[in-house]
Design a protein around this ligand. Structure first.
Ligand code: FE
Ligand code: FE
Length: 237
């Protein structure tokens, strides 16, 4: 069995997350394109730009360690990205938005664990400048997680819970389930949500399913229903 040093481990973990971040630069644009909430799309697009900066930081860290940046398949991020792809195939509308917030938060939590570990390793090895780079990225990942919680609580959750189409019981129960899942995912950071977001200050008419900004993305509820029923086959009744 190979005896590797903490220094080797640090470099391997960096190769792993460099690959993970690279995967995310491909996944985030797809996720941004798939959602109907313009607020959520903007959050994904902003995090895409941050992710590109994080790759730069990793390259800088490699340089500080006199190592050329290399990538090693990150199976953790790959699994999470595959799950997000499945959700994009199976769901649509506000329920997809809720599901992709959850999927993105799983990625952020994975990254928070990774960069926390990298920062600790670098600190233990006395590489203060490298540790600072990981700390900067760690803070971005945490802020992204909190932002996604805010988006979920303030908008997507409520839309999903209200249901896209009154009278469609199945649609409503899927939406409610998604909302409960999101509530659980969002629970930890709920302190960041302003009370006003939950106080019913906004009109219930926001349940009308499409934001005016969705434009050509919009599908009518009947199209949505027929897509769902054809994809789910006889489960409908
Ligand atoms: Fe990242
Ligand atoms: Fe991230």
């Amino acid at each position: 069995m190979a005896r590797e040093s903490l220094d080797d481990l640090l470099r391997q973990e960096m190769q792993d997350i460099l690959d993970g971040e690279t995967q995310l630069t491909k996944a985030l644009p797809r996720m941004a394109k798939a959602v109907e909430s313009s607020q959520l799309r903007a959050a994904f697009e902003q995090h895409l730009r941050e992710t590109e900066g994080q790759i730069e930081r990793l390259n800088e860290a490699f340089e500080l360690l006199d190592e050329s940046p290399r990538r090693k398949t990150c199976h953790g991020i790959k699994g999470l990205v595959d799950e997000a792809k499945e959700l994009m195939e199976e769901l649509e509308g506000s329920v997809l938005d809720a599901a992709l917030i959850g999927a993105a938060q799983k990625v952020e939590h994975y990254e928070i664990a990774t960069y926390g570990t990298l920062r600790t390793f670098a600190t233990m090895l006395g590489k203060r400048d490298v540790a600072n780079l990981f700390e900067a990225t760690l803070n971005e990942e945490k802020a992204t997680d909190e932002k996604l919680t805010t988006v979920a609580e303030s908008m997507v959750n409520r839309q999903a819970a209200a249901g896209e189409d009154e009278g469609d019981e199945e649609s409503e129960s899927i939406a409610s389930r998604a909302a409960r899942t999101m509530g659980a995912a969002a629970g930890r950071a709920s302190a960041f949500v302003r009370p006003a977001a939950n106080s019913g200050g906004r009109s219930r008419s926001s349940r009308g399913r499409k934001g005016s900004s969705s434009g050509s993305r919009s599908r009518s509820s009947s199209q949505s229903r027929s897509r769902s029923s054809s994809s789910r086959g006889s489960r409908k009744k």
